[in-house]
Design a protein around this ligand. Structure first.
Ligand code: G6P
Length: 612
């Protein structure tokens, strides 16, 4: 989720690159860098925003008509100048910018280290540019060909652009699983990770397809090949959308874009960590604390808001799989109630932003009592990531909508990975159950994709219910935290009062609220407590409540009782939260949008709450 810009032509490259980076800052903003050919190949990069980079550049000679630039959202390594892009090759003749994750970077790196290479950064990207240069040297080929050959060895996702002082009239670009657009100007070319940096200069663009490599030369025609060496004819499209639509990926709001990004963000969260072939889950970030987790007598999870709901799912997962007792605490309560914490405790702090003041204070309190603190954060190098002893990043990419969506599913994915890794090492689940679950987890992004396709039904429900004043959300087991999160999403963005409750607990109070005006959302997937939930549905139906049910595909029993049905694909009970939350996010979104609410920036809320 970083931003890429490239230019080759007859104009000054720097202003085009800087303007492009500013347009892309919404995709990532922890460091930025630029590479230009003037005399030699010069790389300038810095931690912080594009404006900070600009300040450094004002003192340098930055003339030149070919260059690449990058704004980074860190996934590997801290957001430092060293880890910022572009990265030089070993000889410093080539530089690369990269979006995505090279999954097999550590094995490639090891091979290169064995051949005598020394690396400067922690990034997967540097490994790729070293590999490309190594191929160039050994096979005597040019940059385009060396890149094509190298990409055959790469597992993972990439959008890359390369520049070389040896071939100063061109850029080489390639993509797989991460978008890249080439704008065709007058004898010049603009490259970017989305069309927003290009739109001011040309409306003629080529979207690179999966595993395509492009040779982009000044005053020459664009050439494209697949990494398997098949020549492709560039397909030129006319851009007909506005700048803000491009930034939102064609969606009306960032929140909707982020909801639809979830197949990718969930996959990115387990990419390189879930190895189906070897049958293992490896979490490099907490490797030194694995034994401690295996022996843990208790885990405390501290978080706020949506992250707290992810923590609740984590509680079920750790108890179910790893047989470790878990307590999930609101960080704000935890810190003020003199909690019992010992040196044997493991505290897991969950935070999208990594800046939430209450969560940070809870960490510091637990730390002062000698507990081991692990973090699950989305923002690399954030205060919480730094305050913890170790952690696992979620890799969801920047989340801009204030109501959290893709960060939640990424947090649940990471918690699933952690619980699985510990359960396997501890032997608390059978190998066949473990094997089955890792395959099921690998299939989740596809099932989320399928779930996202169900739209018309949700829009119709939203249309019917957008003016009600209250909603009740009910679920049991793994679906209880989803009921809470579904209700939170609705109140955050539509300002309709909504409550989440354990389905069976309804009869101890909320049942008094039910009449024909009350919509009740049941998450009634067909596992574990299915029969019990059906009884709860009947209790609501008997009181004329309007039932909206999230069910497993092919459900028969609940369908007969509910007024509105939303189906999700069949999957293991443990993983249902990752699917069941999707229609609830969409329902809240559509209701809020129909009510004319400011979906991305709801009143009174902030994305990052850095005060108590
Ligand atoms: C704010 C946001 C919520 C978020 C919560 C915790 O209230 O509006 O969406 O869940 O903070 O934030 P964190 O960054 O720690 O996950």
């Amino acid at each position: 989720m970083c931003g890429i810009v490239g230019y080759v032509g007859n104009k000054e490259a720097l202003p085009i690159l800087i303007k492009g980076l500013k347009r892309l800052e919404y995709r990532g903003y922890d460091s930025a860098g630029i590479a230009l050919i003037n005399g030699g190949l010069n790389v300038y990069k810095n931690k912080g925003k594009v404006a900070d980079l600009e300040a450094i550049l004002s003192e340098k000679d930055t003339s030149g008509d070919v260059g690449i630039a990058h704004t980074r959202w860190a996934t590997h390594g801290e957001p430092t100048a060293i880890n910022a892009h572009p990265h030089y090759s070993e000889s410093k003749d080539i530089a690369i910018i990269h979006n995505g994750i090279i999954e097999n970077y550590s094995s490639l790196k090891e091979e290169l280290i064995n051949r005598g290479y020394k690396f400067n950064s922690d990034t997967d990207t540097e490994v790729l540019v070293y590999l490309i240069e190594d191929i160039q040297k050994n096979e005597g080929v040019k940059l385009f060909e060396a890149t094509r050959i190298a990409l055959n060895q790469v597992i993972g996702a990439y959008a890359i652009v390369l520049i070389s002082s040896k071939e100063p009239d061109l850029l080489v670009a390639a993509r797989k699983g991460s978008p890249l657009v080439i704008g065709i100007g007058n004898n010049d070319y603009y490259i970017a990770s989305d069309a927003s940096p290009i739109i001011d200069y040309t409306r003629n663009v080529v979207y690179l397809k999966e595993e395509e490599v492009a040779l982009v030369r000044r005053n020459r025609e664009l050439q494209i090949k697949t990494i398997k060496n098949k020549v492709k004819t560039p397909y030129i499209q006319k851009l007909e959308i506005s700048l803000s639509t491009i930034e939102k990926g064609g969606f009306e709001h960032f929140m909707l874009k982020e909801i639809y990004e979830q197949p990718r963000s969930i996959r990115d969260s387990f990419r390189g960590r879930l190895n189906l072939e070897k049958g293992i889950v490896s979490l490099g970030g907490i490797i030194d604390y694995e034994q401690k987790l295996i022996n843990a007598k208790r885990i405390l999870i501290v978080a706020c808001g949506t992250s707290w709901h992810a923590g609740l799912v984590g509680e079920y997962l750790f108890e179910d799989l790893a047989r470790i007792p878990v307590e999930v605490e609101y960080a704000s309560e935890f810190r003020y109630r003199n909690p019992v914490i010992t040196e044997d405790d493991i505290v897991i702090a969950i935070s999208q932003s990594g800046e939430t003041a209450d969560t940070l204070a809870a960490i510091n309190l637990a730390k002062s009592k000698g507990a081991t603190i692990l973090g699950i954060c989305n923002v690399v190098g954030s205060s919480i990531a730094r305050a913890t002893h170790a952690g696992v990043y979620t890799h969801a990419g920047p989340e801009i909508g204030v109501a959290s969506t893709k960060a939640f599913t990424a947090q649940v994915t990471v918690l699933t990975l952690m619980a699985l890794a510990i359960a396997q090492k501890k032997g608390s689940i059978s190998q066949s159950r473990f094997q089955n679950l890792i395959y099921e987890l690998d299939a989740v992004p596809e099932k989320v994709e399928q779930t996202l396709q169900e739209s018309q039904q949700i829009v119709e429900i939203a249309e019917k219910l957008k003016d009600v004043r209250n909603f009740l959300y009910l679920g049991r087991g793994y679906n209880f935290p989803i009921a809470l999160e579904g209700a939170l999403k609705l109140k955050e963005i539509s300002y309709i009062h909504a409550e989440g409750y354990p389905a069976a607990e309804m009869k101890h109070g909320p049942i008094a609220l039910i009449d024909e005006l009350m919509p009740v959302v049941f998450i009634a997937t067909n596992k574990g407590t299915y029969e019990k939930v059906i009884s709860n549905i009947m209790e609501v139906k008997a009181r004329k409540g309007q039932i909206i049910a999230i069910v497993t595909e092919g459900d028969v029993a609940v369908k007969k009782l509910a007024k509105y049905i939303i189906e999700i694909p069949e999957c293991d009970e443990l993983l249902v939260p990752l699917l069941a939350i999707i229609p609830l996010q969409k329902l809240s979104y559509h209701i809020a949008a129909m009510r004319g609410c400011n979906v991305d920036q709801p009143r009174n809320l902030a994305k990052s709450v850095t005060v108590e």
